[in-house]
Design a protein around this ligand. Structure first.
Ligand code: ADP
Length: 186
């Protein structure tokens, strides 16, 4: 199974992605986690990415396409995967199509988690107390929301048009939301 998770920052993509990957025994590929690991390593990619991430902006598409292309060719991706935080722009989605064509694969479903923006900002401000993320402060949180609506939300239409988009309400009990996602995938 090959999945994409879409949704604004704070909607619970990471939590739900973990649950779904356990359920289907597939690889969880979070581009945010990969980028933060690169920052911790002090790599060239990390140094470049940090300047964008700390402003709440997107890291350039070519950086992400290289990361994803490499990750999808590794052994642990062969049983299926869930892309969490990628694609985030139309050029990234087009790039993903090309990558997948090359390896003879296709996306089975795109899960879109939905929530009210005020609820999301509240959640993220709460999370910031323990996340230790340099982009979890009120001003940058709002900027990340803006970036999502401007650059990522157009992907909802993109995947709706090809008939693989499934929208799920992201407000409620974590386990209930997981159940709804699993049901949508059956
Ligand atoms: P969230 O969605 O909660 O903001 P992520 O961990 O998914 O958190 O992403 C954190 C940051 O990493 C983003 O604000 C962005 O700067 C960068 N990033 C992650 N994935 C991508 C991507 N696909 N394209 C561009 N930038 C990305």
């Amino acid at each position: 199974m090959k999945l994409i998770f879409l949704g604004p920052p704070g909607v619970g993509k990471g939590t739900q992605a973990n649950n779904i990957c356990k359920q289907f025994n597939i690889l969880h590929l979070s581009t945010g986690d990969i980028l933060r690991a690169e920052i911790d390593k002090g790599s060239e990619i990390g140094l470049k990415a940090k300047s964008f991430m700390d402003k709440g902006d997107l890291v350039p598409d070519n950086v992400l396409l290289d990361i994803v292309s490499n990750s999808l060719q590794k052994n642990d991706a062969q049983n299926g995967y869930l892309l969490d935080g990628f694609p985030r722009t139309i050029p990234q989605a087009d790039g993903l199509n090309r990558i997948m064509k090359n390896i003879n694969q296709s996306i089975d479903a795109v899960i879109s988690l939905i929530a009210d923006e005020n609820e999301l900002v509240k959640r993220l401000i709460n999370r910031s107390k323990e996340s230790g993320r340099s982009d979890d402060n009120p001003e940058i949180i709002r900027q990340r929301q803006k970036t999502y609506w401007k650059q990522t939300a157009p992907l909802l239409d993109y995947y709706k048009k090809i008939g693989i988009l499934k929208s799920i309400n992201g407000i409620g009990e974590i386990s209930e939301i997981t159940k709804k996602i699993i049901k949508a995938l059956m």
